[in-house]
Structures are given as structure tokens and as C-alpha cells.
Design a protein around this ligand. Structure first.
Ligand code: 5GP
Ligand code: ZN
Length: 112
């Protein structure tokens, strides 16, 4: 039994609003959205943070990256979108399961 919040979401033990899933990734709405569209893209495999990934994860990471444009478009973000990966305490990461934020639409926070 894992203590990881996002692994529990993938398993369905904690409810989430699913946007998409395939064999490798699960995508769901952020519970505390920072913009009108704010979704999280996570690997089904538990990788705690980006700096724990290695070349064995290359195909998975490429799949995540290459999925982002279509996922953004599926949420109506036709003009573009912002992606964020927070890594470790120094990067403000709060959940220790690798995730890519996709943000866009109205109410986009400033970057500075
Ligand atoms: P981090 O700061 O680790 O990059 O981002 C973690 C994100 O996960 C935050 O934006 C936070 O709102 C979101 N989050 C935390 N707990 C939950 C939850 O239980 N469900 C969902 N859908 N999002 C969560
Ligand atoms: Zn996990």
C-alpha cells in the first residue's frame, strides 16, 4: 500500500476529475486551480520527482511531453498554454509524484 496521494488517485482510492488516461499517463483537474484551465499530467509509474528520472524513463517522459498539446487543446486552449514542473522543496513541489501542470485560459497568474 502506497502513501502517495497521486498513486491513490490513479488507483481510484481518492476521487478526481479525470480528463484523460492511457496505459502510461493519467490526467486530471487540479483541486485548487490557478487559472480557468489547470490540469495535472502524471505517469502511472511512481516517479517521485523529475530529478529521480533517468534514461530508463525516456520513452515515458517523451510520451508525457508529446501529449501536452493535444491535452491542452482538449481543454479549449487553442492559443497556447503554460507548463510547469516543480521539482523538490527548492522548486515548491508539494506532492512527491512527478506531475506536469498545464495552465491556460482566463485568470492566468503572472509569471513574475
Ligand atoms: P506541486 O506544488 O507539487 O507542483 O503541485 C501539486 C498540485 O496538486 C497543486 O496544484 C495542488 O492543488 C494539487 N493537488 C493536491 N492535492 C490534490 C488532490 O487531492 N486532488 C487534486 N485533483 N489535486 C491536488
Ligand atoms: Zn505516486
Amino acid at each position: 500500500m502506497t502513501d502517495c496521494l497521486f498513486c491513490k488517485i490513479i488507483a481510484g482510492d481518492i476521487p478526481s476529475t479525470k480528463v484523460f488516461e492511457d496505459d502510461l499517463i493519467y490526467v486530471f483537474k487540479d483541486i485548487n486551480p490557478k487559472a480557468s484551465v489547470h490540469i495535472l499530467v502524471i505517469p502511472k509509474q511512481h516517479i517521485a520527482r523529475l530529478d529521480h528520472a533517468n534514461t530508463e524513463h525516456a520513452d515515458l517522459l517523451a510520451h508525457m511531453m508529446l501529449s501536452l498539446p493535444n491535452l491542452a487543446k482538449s481543454q479549449g486552449l487553442d492559443d497556447g498554454f503554460r507548463t510547469i514542473i516543480n521539482t523538490g522543496p527548492g522548486g515548491g513541489q508539494e506532492v512527491d509524484h512527478l506531475h506536469i501542470h498545464i495552465l491556460g485560459g482566463s485568470h492566468m497568474p503572472g509569471f513574475n
